[in-house]
Design a protein around this ligand. Structure first.
Ligand SMILES: Cc1ncc(COP(=O)(O)O)c(C=O)c1O
Length: 377
């Protein structure tokens, strides 16, 4: 059997990893500012993380949601404490798409409505409704097409007001990333998020904060949406939550009342996933990783803004987009193959930095030095 060939691959096999360093099969060392797509939050193979998962595996690796799994309650408690959402509820699943799918479903159950507002440049995942709310017709299969999703221009308050005027009582939810990731590191403006909050309140619609990429401490605030000073009804998480162990979460305001069977999953909240996610939060707290993400991230952003030849530097904390002019199409490739630094990308020519939250200033400097060389070609 062959693999179903859907990924354009770099010809690199990673065989070892530690912190923000990875090694390939030839022994070449790389600085990892991509974190396997914003997933590595506390660094590769963190000793506390490895021990917690290994210990758990020796006790019990999996049992279904038909029995009490105390690790789930422990995770909910810890997540409430670290994120500040102490009175919210947690539903556990396995990925970002699944978290958004469940959040949208929850919203529709809550107010009995069908329409979802999403925005230009949005990416919410590849499952049925998550992909329908994603602004990329190429990955929406005919079966996923629906008139229930209304796309509006990003950060356009007038368009949002008009949509609520027109569809008011039909709108189940507004879903928005605090900072668009796949869309190229574009921040939702603070007035825009505040307007979403007030319009959702006025129309009993649900404000869903897709925090799959921009959340979990990446920007220095646990949820980047909270820079706007208003809370969402539902936050969705995944990526950094398990530092590579697949886990997603729906963080749900107290006003939503569950009933048996409303949401469900076989693997969500399994023992190993909870152990991994608890280890992540413990390390985040012990090592003050939110503060580090803010400090090292702000340092990187400040230094990048001083470099000539860049079109724009965007983002917050350790979620950074470097927009390059068309005349520099090879910088990302050169960073990887000449300077041995992994970075992410977004179309048309944006370099995305999504490193572990314990990236050091020395590693930031190593990137800056090599990036300046890569810009020279
Ligand atoms: C903002 C956002 N939402 C949802 C997803 C989907 O997450 P997953 O790939 O875990 O399904 C992603 C993935 O890149 C994302 O960036």
């Amino acid at each position: 059997m062959n693999l179903f060939d859907v990924y354009p691959l770099n010809d690199i096999e990673i065989v070892k990893a530690s912190g923000s360093t990875v090694w390939d099969a030839e022994g070449q060392e790389y600085l990892d500012l991509y974190g396997g797509h914003a997933v590595i939050s506390i660094g590769h193979t963190h000793p506390h993380y490895v021990k917690r998962i290994t210990d758990q595996l020796q006790q019990v690796g999996f049992y279904s949601n038909s029995v009490i799994i105390p690790l789930q309650a422990a995770l909910a408690e810890k997540l409430g404490q670290v994120s500040g959402k102490t009175d919210y509820q947690l539903f556990l699943c396995n990925s970002g798409a699944e978290a958004n799918e469940n959040a949208l479903k929850l919203a529709s159950f809550y107010n009995g409505r069908k329409k979802v507002i999403s925005f230009s440049g949005a990416f919410h995942g590849r499952t049925a409704l998550a992909v329908a709310a994603t602004d990329n017709p190429k990955i929406i299969a005919p079966v996923n097409e629906t008139e229930n999703v209304i796309f509006l221009p990003h950060n356009d308050i007038a368009a949002l007001e008009q949509a609520f005027e027109q569809y008011g009582q039909e709108i189940a939810a507004v879903i928005i990333e605090g900072i668009q990731g796949v869309g190229g590191i574009k921040e939702a403006s603070i007035p825009f998020l505040q307007k979403i909050r007030s319009l959702c309140d006025a129309h009993n619609a649900v404000y869903i904060a897709d925090s799959v990429q921009c959340g979990y401490g990446r920007t220095g605030e646990f949820f980047s949406h909270d820079y706007a000073g208003v809370t969402a009804d539902v936050y969705t998480t995944a990526k950094g939550m398990g530092n590579g162990f697949p886990i997603g979460g729906v963080v749900i305001a107290p006003k939503f009342k569950p009933w048996y069977g409303m949401l469900g999953t076989t693997f969500g909240g399994n023992h190993l996933a909870c152990a991994a996610a608890l280890a992540v939060l413990e390390v985040m707290e012990q090592d003050n990783l939110l503060t580090n993400a803010a400090e090292v991230g702000n340092y990187l952003i400040t230094e990048l803004k001083k470099i000539e030849g860049i079109s724009e530097v965007r983002g917050r904390g350790l979620m950074i987009g470097i927009e390059l002019p068309e005349s520099l199409p090879n910088v990302k490739k050169d960073l990887l193959f000449k300077y041995h630094i992994f970075t992410g990308e977004a179309k048309p020519n944006v370099i995305r930095l999504l490193p572990a939250l314990n990236l050091t200033k020395a590693q930031a400097d190593q990137f800056l030095e090599n990036f300046k060389l890569a810009l020279k070609g």
